[in-house]
Design a protein around this ligand. Structure first.
Ligand code: NDP
Length: 691
């Protein structure tokens, strides 16, 4: 097979290949046909028959993992950024192929641009929020003994395993990239197994990734076709992230390697998401319109085949009629048909089989519901053939009071059910009957309603969108999982958690509590630890470039006495005439100070004057202060000194300088700390500067 199939070649039947153990694998059999969602024509065939799954897992462990873990987080992040740019530049062919999944251009943007955007987002977070290292520190240092000679620190390290990602049919691109990015940053090689139905699009994207050479060999492999006995090959350092049906999730949960073998399994399964209209909202309020728009968008984008789509429309009884009329009117305007037609607003479901599933779910729902809008036999199409294409026009149902089905049955298509409530408690109880969902919207402009409903809903949801006139313009909408926010929900939604920024990276890593002396802990973490050796040398550390600076380099300053005149001058000069610095009588009555004290910022400013080396040198800027605490008041005539120690050195890959974090401790004449903080500076990599 040509390793670079063009779009024309995809229009004739092609057997999809797997990317396994460093090469493209083609099954020996003819494979199963995959049909165009709208026309029923064969797009490709798929089979993983004969694929050596053990070799794939071995290749990931022995080649991909070590290659990835030899890179720092920042190097991995730059690879992801380069990959995102590469895919963005070539996205037209993904769009062209995506139409065959039944997706409109708008649907494809969610999948393709959403996936590439997720790569960009993780690349940026990896650079900004992770160290240029291969381990991450978690939380503060814990002092475990009396003298500080025994301390504890939590660290995250990469597991020497493989991340298996089993995806659903609805997002062949985003589904892969949103799981790949955090695993890649965490140093774990990925084996991705897309749902067969739309795997031709995933296969094309993986081809472009592999041929770009931007990712280390072995860090991404692809199974086109059945996953077969893949889980049999996994052990305790491996993980499986699954998105799909509760049924398949159940099979995976019962696998012996998950039950007894320590394989970690994350699940995103069925979710009966809801949107709750607040009891405060009237038909003429802007929130009413926002609610209607939100429900219609979630019913129709991707033809309702989104794990986050709104299945339950929970509204106050008094306004239910108006909600139904408004939804019906808007749904009537949705043109359905072949997504190649630019006037079509909603395309086809992914397959005829999927349409059968939705119809079955609708029959179950009709046990306790009636049709409000839409046609059970299928409404008119703008174009397309209902026999060959998996078209389904939107359907809005109304549940009878006390109905059970809408809280149990997930129609994975353009179908929602209106459910009425009286009082906030009932609204919350109804939402909770979904037994755990990915996302809920609460549309209200009332602060009290917002708090009560969100607090009631939060334990049952992974994400809650509060929508009103103030945030509507900027809102990213109910249905969009965002790379920086958690995606996943409790209970029926699977109990898994993906995305959420760096949280998603850390999920893949092992947290370990390390107990040690400060010096050995410094050696392990690469970050100076309180109590570890401090080196005072003749050269002032501000004269050293990043190339010369070492963790533990220290400045022990001269002393300075803080006079009453200093305090008065600072108060007058800055305008900070708070009584504790200016009014002796009032300050004496202050229970914490008992007299005039120096401004905290005066102490920090004087400390800077004590440690700074003033002439031009490699220190380019002070860009901030972290964790500033004033511990003991400084009174007039107290004498202070400061100790500044290099705590962390982070050269930037993309600049000729890096960040240096200094541990600062200001003490008084008794040696007690009066202020502690981290000073953050930018320091040139070499000095005198080469540029
Ligand atoms: P499935 O659970 O059938 O398939 C999901 C993925 O699992 C596919 O890649 C599938 O591969 C794979 N798979 C199936 N059986 C096994 C197995 N025994 N071992 C390993 N992998 C397996 O879900 P679908 O994608 O077909 O979607 C069906 C339903 O799932 C939808 O109708 C909807 O209800 C729900 N769904 C929920 C989502 C959510 O996040 N809440 C998202 C998408 C779907 P293959 O395709 O080759 O069978």
């Amino acid at each position: 097979m040509d390793p670079n199939p063009s779009m024309e070649e995809f229009s004739v039947s092609t057997l999809l290949e797997s990317y396994a153990a460093g090469g493209w694998f083609r099954a020996a059999d003819e494979g199963q046909p995959l049909l165009d969602a709208a026309t029923g024509e064969e797009v490709a065939r798929i089979s993983s028959c004969g694929l050596d799954l053990a070799a794939m897992v071995g290749h990931a462990r022995e080649t991909g993992g070590p290659a990835l873990r030899s890179l720092t987080f920042h190097e991995r992040a730059s690879a992801l950024k380069a990959l995102a740019k590469h895919l963005l530049a070539g996205k037209d062919e993904f769009y062209a192929l995506s139409v065959r999944t039944g997706a409109t251009v708008r649907d494809t943007a969610v999948d393709v641009d959403g996936g590439i955007g997720t790569l960009f987002s993780f690349a940026s977070k990896g650079t900004r929020e992770l160290p240029n290292d291969t381990i991450v520190l978690d939380g503060a240092l814990e002092r475990l003994g009396k003298t500080g000679a025994f301390v504890g620190q939590h660290i995250y390290t990469s597991r020497p395993g493989v991340a298996v990602q089993i995806n659903a049919f609805n997002f062949p691109v985003w589904g892969m990239l949103e799981k790949l990015a955090p695993a890649f940053l965490a140093g774990l090689p990925t084996i991705v197994k897309p749902a067969s139905q739309t795997a031709y699009l995933t296969e094309l994207v993986v081809r472009r990734i592999i041929e770009s050479g931007l990712l280390p060999e072995g860090s991404l492999q692809l199974i086109s076709g059945s996953a077969g006995s893949l889980l049999d090959e996994l052990t305790m350092q491996d993980s499986v992230a699954f998105t799909g049906s509760a049924h398949t999730a159940g099979i995976l949960r019962r696998h012996p390697n998950v039950i007894d073998g320590g394989v970690r399994l994350g699940v995103e399964a069925d979710s009966l998401n809801c949107s709750v209209l607040g009891p405060d909202v009237k038909a003429e309020d802007p929130e009413f319109e926002l609610f209607i728009k939100g429900v219609v968008a979630e019913m129709t984008v991707k033809a309702g085949q989104k794990c986050t789509a709104i299945r339950r429309v929970i509204v106050p009884s008094r306004i239910a009629g108006e909600v139904e009329d408004a939804l019906a009117a808007r749904l009537a305007k949705i043109s359905v048909g072949d997504p190649r037609n630019p006037d079509v607003r909603m395309g086809a479901l992914a397959s005829l089989g999927q349409r059968d599933e939705v119809r079955k779910a609708v029959s179950s729902l009709l046990a306790s519901a009636e049709v409000v809008a839409g046609d059970l036999n299928g409404g008119p199409l703008l174009d397309g053939d209902t026999e060959r294409g998996a078209f389904l026009t939107p359907l809005l149902l109304r549940a009878a009071k006390g109905a059970v089905e809408p809280h149990n049955v997930e129609p994975f298509g353009p179908v929602s059910t209106v459910i009425t409530y009286d009082g906030i408690d009932e609204a919350v109880a109804l939402a909770a009957r979904g037994k755990g969902s990915l996302v809920a919207s609460v549309v209200t402009h009332d602060a009290d309603v917002a708090r009560s409903v969100v607090l009631g809903l939060a334990p049952w949801h992974g994400r809650v969108l509060l929508l009103d006139r103030d945030d509507a313009k900027e809102s990213t909408g109910h249905g969009s999982p965002l790379p920086m926010l958690v995606h996943g929900g409790p209970g029926r939604a699977g109990g898994g958690e993906e995305l959420g920024g760096i949280r998603a990276v850390l999920h893949h890593m092992q947290r370990t509590a390390v107990q040690a002396s400060p010096d050995l802990l410094t050696a392990v973490t690469g970050q100076w630890t309180t109590g570890a050796t401090q080196r005072v040398e003749d050269v002032h550390p501000f004269r050293k470039s990043l190339a010369d600076l070492r963790i533990g380099d220290t400045i022990k300053s001269a002393e300075r006495t803080v006079t009453l005149a200093d305090i008065e001058h600072f108060a007058e000069f800055t305008g900070d005439t708070f009584y504790a610095h200016t009014d002796a009588e009032a300050a004496a009555r202050n229970p914490l100070f008992g007299g005039i004290v120096a401004h905290g910022y005066l102490v920090v400013s004087l400390a800077a004057g004590l440690f700074v080396e003033p002439s031009p040198g490699p220190v380019l800027a002070n860009y901030g202060v972290d964790n500033l605490r004033f511990l003991t008041p400084v009174k007039a005539d107290d004498t202070i000194a400061v100790t500044l120690t290099v705590k962390q050195i982070k050269p930037r890959n993309s600049a000729d300088y890096g960040e240096v974090r200094w541990d600062a401790v200001v003490t008084n004449q008794e040696g007690s700390p009066v202020a502690t903080y981290d000073v953050l500076t930018l320091v040139a990599k070499t000095w005198p500067s080469e540029s």
